[in-house]
Design a protein around this ligand. Structure first.
Ligand SMILES: Cc1cc2nc3c(=O)[nH]c(=O)nc-3n(C[C@H](O)[C@H](O)[C@H](O)COP(=O)(O)O)c2cc1C
Length: 332
């Protein structure tokens, strides 16, 4: 019998497959089906800073003017998962906790320090086993330097951490000038884990309507390469638990994540596209692959292909760039 267990943020998980933040956690029955299929933990969809601020603006407006604020309403979607009020989010979190036996990780999504950060504590009080802070941010102001952005993010992480006693993971984008330095700083600020990476949703143009259009494309296994490389580079150097998110679609993808040094392999697109049944298939394939390749446990393979473990660390570095470009000629 293969040992598929792993640990993440101090939680003992029966295997490394985790449902990452997505509408999969919106319905309790769906979360239950994920648990039955074998998923080891669930990250809830995010509660956004904007939702929290919006509600307090509304309340303020109601108390001072006795009516709803139209302006405060118009930057939030008026239906769907992300229209849920902060209170309902917390109720849903505590319902998930009561119904499921696997760990439930709450998710806060925001970028600026402020009163909204108290919701980290509220999530803890609602029963969250850990918290994920998603720092999705896109600087567009040329006056804002990389140092300004990184300072603000480190301060926010420290503020969130100060309010809770449960473990904290921080979900990052890949777009930093020096990711290793940012990762180190965020861990020093209090992050127990790093979740790599956020997928950035790129707007497109509709040439007929001359409008900017937003399509949410699901990932494929090709999206795995970016987090795989970075977890390989960082996992041997930064003392934090790494979660890989983006492009986990097969057991092989999850195995690669483990070898890079991730503690868990998170999935959203695969579950949204194929449903929870893929979990059981992937777990079977994981076990089968390990048996065939004589691995006894997942923990045995974690980090075995990190940059500090492989025979050729240059494969992750600039040195490999020219070789890859040259390999194209060799093919012809
Ligand atoms: C429909 C949808 C909703 C998502 N909602 C959230 C969210 O609320 N918070 C968050 O941190 N990530 C969210 N994500 C990002 C996923 O958690 C995940 O990081 C990303 O999709 C990459 O993983 P994948 O390749 O398995 O899809 C969402 C993704 C999708 C497709």
């Amino acid at each position: 019998m293969m040992d598929l267990s792993t640990t993440y943020l101090g939680l003992n998980l029966k295997n490394p497959l985790v449902a990452s933040a997505s509408p999969m956690s919106k319905k309790v029955e769906r979360a239950q089906r994920l648990e039955e299929a074998g998923i080891a933990a669930i990250v809830m969809y995010s509660l956004f800073e904007e939702q929290i601020i919006h509600e307090s603006l509304e309340l303020d407006h109601f108390l001072t003017r006795g009516e709803n604020s139209a302006e405060a309403m118009n930057y939030l979607p008026d239906s769907g998962t992300y229209a849920m009020t902060p209170g309902k989010y917390l109720d849903h979190l505590s319902l998930l906790k009561k119904t499921l036996t696997i760990p439930v990780i709450g998710s806060l999504n925001g970028v600026s320090k402020g009163g909204w950060v108290r919701y980290a504590r509220f999530m803890q009080d609602a029963g969250a086993d850990a918290l994920e802070l998603n720092l999705y941010y896109l600087p567009t102001d040329p006056a804002l330097s990389a140092a300004d952005v990184e300072d603000a993010q480190a301060e926010l992480v420290a503020e969130v951490k100060a309010g809770i006693s449960i473990p904290l993971a921080v979900k990052l984008s890949p777009y930093y000038t020096s990711l290793p330095s940012v990762a180190k700083r965020l861990v020093e600020a209090g992050a127990d884990g790093l979740v790599l990476f956020n997928r950035f949703y790129q707007p497109d143009f509709d040439l007929d309507e001359l409008e900017v259009v937003h399509n949410l494309d699901l990932s494929t296994s090709a999206d795995l390469r970016l987090p795989l490389r970075w977890i390989s580079i960082l996992s041997g150097q930064i003392k934090a638990d790494f979660a890989l998110t983006s492009g986990i679609h097969t057991a092989q993808d999850a195995l690669k994540a483990m070898m890079a040094g991730a503690k868990v392999a998170m999935m959203a697109s695969n579950l949204l596209h194929n449903g929870e049944r893929v979990v059981a298939t992937m777990l079977n394939e994981l076990g089968w692959w390990m048996e065939t390749h004589e691995y006894k446990s997942i923990q045995q393979m974690q980090g075995s292909m990190s940059r500090t473990s492989v025979a050729e660390p240059a494969a992750f570095e600039r040195a490999n760039y020219m070789r890859v470009l040259n390999s194209w000629k060799e093919l012809r």
